[in-house]
Write a protein that binds this ligand. Structure first.
Ligand code: SAH
Ligand code: SF4
Length: 358
């Protein structure tokens, strides 16, 4: 039995703290092998449309928090969102992600429902749709599911409720966020979650617990990335020892550990990695990730959707993003899963099991 199959909290913590280059290279190579065995050598694209930066929340780390008055707020028109979706479809991207600030008012809920129906119709039901629109009521999640969304990404941010409290105002409720993950799974969504890595006050033990949390809650997809300070937020002043290189390494270690521990889930190489290094996402793929989210938002809005400082590609259009990504992915020996939804094998196995049990 190889040593990477026997990961537990103690040796995950050890690896998270290790600076031994040989060990870390071995760790990533082992994770890459498991990725190829469990989910194949295809990288799946989810074209991400960041359609509005209007947010009713005030997370201390986020650049588009309600309290940041320096942000110019926008909401894309339905027609503009459809144009981006059509671009993704014509480029044979299998899936889309619709992301925005959090709103729960009925105008917003109706707006999203309508857009889902229109994207499904425009693409003959071919585009898979992931939503990343924060905490909502069960009824809202149900309506959006019925309108065509089939995956939902809601990061728990940290599985440690005490740390969560230091990152959010008091009325941001950890327990309800956790509850949302359960509601989403119950409704039939493929459920994605994740954390920010390298937050002020976060320890290696907490990060190892995050990975265990993903397993205990039977999560299908992981989207996690390094925390990057945004100057206009309260948390930035607590990130004095923040170091780009260390954050990148920690982010890659977490991807590799998650792959080794969870095996058959989808794991995204997030844009935050690329913000730390031009090849950050490729490093993520080499450490065990299998999903990439190219930004297909209209260029004119990208500058206003900055969750953190130094976000890459804000002045590149979607076509340029595609060309540059294709080259980078080919270079590291991976293929792109065009025209495929690329569902999480973990989710598919669960569905099979449920059918057997029924
Ligand atoms: N409003 C939705 C989706 C948009 S925010 C939500 O909060 O779920 C998407 C993710 O961006 C958040 O979950 C958070 O993990 C990440 N994020 C926000 N600020 C960040 C920062 N400064 N550094 C890294 N990631 C950040
Ligand atoms: Fe809003 Fe999401 Fe940013 Fe929190 S992380 S302020 S909910 S956009």
């Amino acid at each position: 039995m190889n040593k990477w199959n026997k990961l537990d909290k103690k040796n995950m913590v050890k690896l998270l703290l290790s600076e031994d280059k040989t060990v870390l290279t071995e760790l990533q190579q082992a994770a890459y092998k498991v990725k190829n065995r469990e989910v194949g050598n295809k990288v799946f694209y989810r074209g991400i449309i960041e359609f509005s930066n209007i947010c009713s929340k005030n997370c201390y780390y986020c650049g588009i928090r309600k309290g940041n008055q320096q942000v110019k707020r926008f909401r894309m028109q339905p027609q503009e969102i459809l144009e981006c979706a059509e671009f993704a479809w014509k480029q044979n991207y299998g899936s889309l992600v619709l992301q925005s600030g959090e709103r729960t008012d009925s105008e917003f809920v109706d707006f999203v429902e309508d857009i889902l129906l229109r994207i499904k119709k425009m693409s003959n039901n071919e585009l898979g749709i992931t939503l990343s629109l924060g905490e909502q009521s069960e009824e809202t999640y149900r309506r959006w599911f019925q309108a065509g969304a089939h995956r939902y990404l809601l990061r728990i941010e940290t599985s440690n409720s005490q740390l969560y409290r230091t990152l959010h105002p008091q009325d941001h409720d950890f327990d309800y966020r956790f509850e949302c993950l359960k509601i989403l799974a119950k409704l039939g969504y493929q459920v994605g979650t994740g954390v920010m890595i390298g937050l002020p006050g976060q320890t290696a033990e907490m990060l190892a617990d995050d990975i265990i949390f993903f397993q205990e809650n039977d999560i299908d997809m992981i989207g996690m990335g390094p925390y990057i300070p945004h100057k206009q937020t309260p948390l930035a002043s607590q990130a004095k020892n923040w170091n780009k290189q260390k954050q990148l390494q920690l982010g890659l270690k977490m991807i590799a550990l998650a792959r080794l521990y969870l095996q058959d889930v989808n794991i995204a190489a997030t844009t935050a990695l690329q913000a730390l290094h031009p090849e950050g996402r490729e490093f993520g793929l080499q450490a065990g990730a299998n999903v990439i989210m190219p930004n297909i938002t209209h260029t004119k809005y990208r500058d206003s959707y900055k969750l953190y400082d130094g976000k890459p590609c804000t002045n590149e259009n979607a076509r340029m993003c595609r060309v540059c990504l294709e080259g980078r992915i080919g270079k590291i020996g991976e293929e792109i899963g065009y025209n495929m939804w690329g569902d999480s094998p973990h989710f598919k196995k669960k569905q099979k099991q449920e059918r057997k049990d029924a």
